[in-house]
Design a protein around this ligand. Structure first.
Ligand code: UDP
Ligand code: MG
Length: 313
């Protein structure tokens, strides 16, 4: 569970999760990853760990973002199956027994909870998400729509997932890409129990860009395509201009020049931008920095240790 600033309602939520887990009659451990929360989340986790011996906590040295926190959780989880879920109450713990049952009965590698309907959210984020999934589907050929980060993965799937070492993590996309046998289980997104989503428009846009650039190189080909189209147009316009010049009817053509400058100028900038996006991704990958750094951790049984280790996953 990635946790960022959920201190207020974490105890109640963990109680609900444990009740659901107890119904499964399986040994379990809870891995909470505190993604550099500014509030008292870590203290809450420490306190909770005293009463729940199945709880393990990882505290990242700063806010690395949800996807990195997920990596940390997956790398540290040890079970035969791992359930990934949000800690804000939007992923109902009551679904856990069903997911586990489905995993046991169907033999699937991944049990994916899909949103029946998206929860209450603003029009812009609804439209944004639709557009994003549409583009991503067209560009990559993979179906991500309705995918959520609420999943059960068996050991095989988790190990395969951990073999992907990219820094630009897009969890749900990467699990779809792996292509294991997946069964789906629908659920209703409920409103957050408290607090508010920390995903600003900018953060969402960034994740969308990561998703698109990580799963398709089509935008790069688009640059080439636009170049070819413009080459065709410039031949036509060039011939016309030459003809008019030769017959001595060359007009002043100020408007044409301005328009051409504007169109080609913006096209060049966008093209450079697209290349820049991929370059930025390559740059981040090439640096090879760890995806997250662990500052403190709580092991099973509430043993506190200051590990200061980092993992490059
Ligand atoms: N989260 C995180 N790091 C962040 C932002 C969010 O670990 O930088 C966690 C958060 O605590 C929650 C989950 O990711 O458990 C989903 O976050 P949120 O509810 O803000 O996203 P949304 O549901 O709006 O997609
Ligand atoms: Mg949420």
């Amino acid at each position: 569970m990635p946790v960022f600033g959920e201190g207020v309602h974490l105890p109640a939520f963990l109680a609900a999760v444990r009740t659901s887990l107890d119904q499964c009659n399986l040994p379990y451990e809870l891995v909470l990853v505190d993604d550099g929360s500014p509030d008292d989340t870590w203290q809450t986790i420490t306190v909770e760990a005293k009463s729940c011996h199945a709880l393990r906590g990882l505290r990242l040295s700063r806010n690395f973002g949800k996807e990195s926190a997920l990596c940390a959780g997956l790398e540290h989880a040890r079970g035969d199956a791992v359930i990934v879920m949000d800690a804000d109450g939007q992923h109902p713990p009551s679904l856990i027994p069903d997911m586990v049952r489905m995993w046991q009965s169907s033999g699937a590698d991944i049990v994916e909870a899909v949103k029946r309907r998206r929860g209450r959210e603003s029009l812009s984020s609804k439209v944004g998400a639709q557009l994003f999934y549409f583009i991503l589907n067209k560009l990559s050929g993979f179906h991500f729509k309705g995918a959520s980060d609420f999943k059960l993965m068996n050991r095989k799937a988790v190990d395969a997932w951990l073999k992907m070492h990219e820094r630009n993590v897009f969890f749900r996309g990467m699990t779809v890409w792996m292509g294991f046998t997946t069964v789906q289980i629908p659920f209703e997104v409920v409103p957050r129990s408290a607090g508010r989503s920390t995903w600003s428009v900018l953060k969402r846009l960034k994740l969308a860009l990561i998703g698109i650039t990580a799963f398709s190189s089509f935008p790069l080909h688009l640059v080439t395509f636009a170049g070819v189209v413009f080459l065709g147009l410039s031949v036509l316009l060039g011939l016309e201009t030459l003809y008019l010049k030769l017959v001595g009817r060359a007009v002043s053509g100020f408007a044409t020049v301005i328009l051409l400058e504007l169109i080609i100028g913006s096209l060049l900038m966008i093209s450079l931008g697209i290349i820049g996006e991929y370059l930025a991704r390559i740059y981040e990958e090439v640096k090879g920095r760890p995806r997250y750094i662990v500052k403190e951790s709580i092991e099973v049984g509430g043993v506190n240790q200051d590990s200061r280790d980092s993992s490059d996953g």
